[in-house]
Design a protein around this ligand. Sequence first.
Ligand SMILES: [Zn+2]
Length: 88
Amino acid sequence: MKELKGQADIPLDDKKFRFDAKVTEPCPSCKQEITRDFEDNYLSYPDKNTPINIGLWCQECDKEFELEIKITSIEVSIQYDASKMKEL
Ligand SMILES: [Zn+2]
């Protein structure tokens, strides 16, 4: 099995762009950790290297915060078995 890695280009024509990462930061008000999970809370049509404001909610003090993030790269990995190559 071979594996290759590359960088995907965006803008992504994806209304519900999910990925397996989380932002976890202390609440600016009460210091309790608050998390934004990008698997549950997707980004809509994100652009590369463009500021995106995401919302974070603190359960402890019931306050909402905004944080600016930027997507700098999207890594894509593929796998294949070269012995299964077929003639067309
Ligand atoms: Zn808080």
